[in-house]
Design a protein around this ligand. Structure first.
Ligand code: ZN
Length: 150
């Protein structure tokens, strides 16, 4: 099995069996995001425990890249501090060439492993789909605005 095939399997698995799907009854933060280029929609609910993201729920519809990326993100940020989640966001965007920086695993920062999200790096070859992969992260950035309170 080639790496491309493996990545495709990981993406399809998240698309068919999205993790942390649903809504929170009393979310501490919420954001809705759309990618009009593709018709993707994502809604994110977050619950905080101090500076930690205690619970994440995602709803959405759209292409396999956007929905798989949302599922991977939800899994990756659950239980992380807000600072680690933002760090992960920057690493993901660096991997996707959305912003400059260093992608991937930094041994000094155990919270920084991208895990399944690495399966999305092949999407870089399809610039029009990068917005699909980034939609959950752009929506998360909105939800985290003002958190933690200064
Ligand atoms: Zn899409």
């Amino acid at each position: 099995m080639s790496l491309d095939d493996l990545y495709r399997e990981v993406i399809l698995d998240h698309y068919r069996h999205p993790r942390r799907r649903g809504a929170l009854e009393h979310p501490d933060a919420h954001a809705d995001g759309q990618n009009p280029l593709c018709g993707d929609e994502i809604a994110i609910d977050l619950a905080f425990d101090g500076d930690r993201i205690a619970d994440v729920r995602i709803r959405g519809r759209g292409c396999s890249i956007s929905q798989a990326s949302a599922s991977m993100m939800a899994e990756a940020i659950t239980g992380k501090t807000i600072a680690d989640a933002k760090d992960l966001m920057h690493r993901f965007k660096a991997m996707m060439d959305i912003e400059p920086g260093e992608a991937g695993l930094d041994a000094a920062r155990p919270g920084a492993a991208l895990g399944d999200l690495e399966a999305l790096q092949g999407v870089r070859r399809f610039p029009v789909r990068i917005k699909c992969a980034d939609l959950p992260w752009a929506t998360l950035a909105q939800a985290l605005e003002g958190h933690p309170p200064a």
